[in-house]
Design a binder for this molecule. Structure first.
Ligand SMILES: *[C@@H]1O[C@H](CO)[C@@H](O)[C@H](O)[C@H]1NC(C)=O
Ligand SMILES: *[C@@H]1O[C@H](CO)[C@@H](O)[C@H](O)[C@H]1NC(C)=O
Ligand SMILES: *[C@@H]1O[C@H](CO)[C@@H](O)[C@H](O)[C@H]1NC(C)=O
Ligand SMILES: *[C@@H]1O[C@H](CO)[C@@H](O)[C@H](O)[C@H]1NC(C)=O
Length: 478
């Protein structure tokens, strides 16, 4: 039944001309003070002809918005679920039923092709916490998919950070999986290969630049500048090619020759570091999308590369442990408005234009929280500033960022305002022992925007309706 529905729906999308052939995907994460409502996201993706989206969980309400849209959805299983999914197969079957099978049927159906099991589980920062559970969880998810009759259409995979393999200081041909996780990576790769599942890797030229001041900057981009890497008789001119081919060599050494490689995340942040700005992001995406549109692939694997850009929107609640830039990966701002021209069409003819922003987005009132004018002794607000920044997002104040050149007073105002906005403009969030006031005056400068938070509530309303409905059904019962 489910199988037939998937088939019929795929045919319908082919007829509409909206089926995804060699098309681009985007990641959409929701770690924001007020994530955009999925209905705006669906419209944005349609308006920009983006036909694939990768999510970081499987939130039922969010996923249901993609039913009947012809937009392909990749579901995510967070790392926190890996332990349960590794040792409780029944829980995995329940997950597949509720979060996969049901969606294939309801309201025209959601197109699901991949399930991402965990997210970068081998990151060194996790100190091995997921090393034992991620492979069993992967096997259980594919097994449950197979049992539900979906195994040919829907494949499980694991999004890996690119440093699960490396080539030391040599070229890609020296590539191999990291020694301490090699056994597990070999087993995972062989399983993916045998089950026709893709190998997914996240690749970040920006991070190479961030971590290493001496990284040849042009190698992060695609314009062929800079020295590049000579490997045997191949000249690599960009990091993406070199990285993907390092993976191919690592897989080959694991006896895996046919697994399909997907880039699960790639992108450039626009704030929070001196190399993170709109100009460099525009240059990166322009080169990347042109390269992808030409379907040239890499020296070892010519042809189409399946890619998911990171990311659709900014997320002001992400952990800043990796760096202040972490909250600024969006091609669009927090409110779904575009930051720079980009050519999603994949035609690669240099026709980058401002993408279509989210429409009819609702904001809170046009008001801001700022430092009181009669507050003259600024050392008295130091702790307030720290408090505001610990709960609000002050990453734009950091060195090299858009708001780093503010005066000391405006600095404090920026922090107060972020805390106020992220607290849904609650009056109590703009007090700071009388040091703060609410104003209707827009304190933004040309570079530094003092944002106004989005109105949150659609979801709450929906929960409210559900509550009312269940309440009345209860009444009917009695
Ligand atoms: C479905 O996914 C959501 C969000 O990822 C999760 O909270 C829920 O537990 C899942 N359902 C089952 C039955 O596992
Ligand atoms: C400013 O406030 C600090 C801390 O409350 C205090 O130690 C300092 O004397 C004050 N400076 C002036 C000029 O009032
Ligand atoms: C503003 O705050 C940021 C972050 O706390 C700090 O790096 C910067 O030096 C401050 N600027 C001024 C003028 O105080
Ligand atoms: C505040 O001013 C900035 C910079 O001029 C502008 O981009 C922004 O839209 C303004 N905000 C509102 C809510 O009017």
């Amino acid at each position: 039944m489910a199988r037939a529905m998937v088939l019929i729906w795929a045919c319908y999308c082919v007829l509409l001309g909206t089926k995804c052939v060699n098309c681009l995907g985007v990641n959409w994460g929701t770690q924001a003070s007020t994530p955009l409502d999925p209905k705006y996201i669906v419209q944005m993706l349609k308006d920009n002809k983006v036909k694939k989206v990768k999510l970081f969980d499987s939130d039922h309400w969010t996923v249901s918005h993609f039913a009947g849209t012809c937009i392909e959805v990749m579901l995510g299983i967070p790392n926190l679920n890996l332990k349960e999914f590794s040792n409780d197969y029944d829980a995995v079957e329940d997950y597949i039923k509720e979060n996969v099978t049901d969606h294939l049927r309801d309201h025209g159906g959601v197109i699901i092709k991949y399930i991402a099991v965990g997210n970068e589980p081998f990151l060194k920062a996790y100190k091995g916490a997921f090393e034992k559970t991620v492979f069993p969880a992967l096997k259980n998810v594919q097994k449950a998919l197979n049992k539900a009759g979906l195994g040919n259409k829907i494949k499980a995979t694991i999004p890996q950070n690119a440093d699960v393999y490396d080539s030391g200081s040599q070229g890609p041909s020296a590539g191999d999986f990291r020694t301490e996780i090699r056994d597990t990576m070999v087993k995972i790769s062989r399983f993916l290969d045998q089950n026709n599942c893709p190998f997914m890797v996240n690749i970040y030229p920006f991070l190479s630049l961030y971590e290493n001041e001496d990284f040849p900057i042009e190698f992060a981009f695609f314009d062929g500048g800079g020295k590049g890497v000579q490997d045997q008789n191949i000249q690599y001119t960009n990091m993406l090619d070199a990285n993907l081919d390092t993976l191919s060599y690592s897989l080959k050494k694991a006896g895996v020759n046919n697994v399909k490689i997907i880039v699960g995340e790639i992108g450039w942040p626009t704030n929070g570091h001196k190399q993170a700005n709109v100009k460099m992001a525009e240059k990166f995406y322009s080169g990347l999308l042109k390269k992808l549109a030409m379907n040239k692939g890499t020296p070892l694997h010519p042809g189409y590369i399946e890619v998911y850009l990171f990311s659709l929107t900014d997320e002001n609640k992400k952990s800043i442990a990796p760096g202040f830039f972490e909250r600024h990966w969006g091609i669009f701002r927090y409110d779904g408005q575009p930051k720079f021209p980009i050519d999603f069409s994949g035609e690669g003819n240099g026709n980058a234009k401002m993408p279509v922003g989210a429409k009819h987005v609702k904001y809170l009132s046009n008001q801001w929280c700022v430092l009181n004018d009669d507050m003259k002794n600024l050392s008295r607000v130091n702790t307030d500033l720290d408090f505001a920044c610990s709960l609000g997002d002050c990453t734009s104040l950091s060195y090299g960022s858009t708001c780093n050149k503010l005066s000391e007073r405006k600095n404090v105002s920026y922090a107060f305002n972020m805390y106020f906005q992220m607290s849904q403009q609650s009056v109590e969030a703009c007090d700071f022992n009388g040091a703060a006031k609410i104003t209707k005056k827009n304190y933004s400068t040309a570079e530094c925007v003092f944002p106004v938070e989005l109105l949150s509530g659609a979801r709450r309303n929906l929960a409210g309706i559900t509550f009312v409905v269940s309440f009345f059904s209860l009444l009917l019962l009695f």
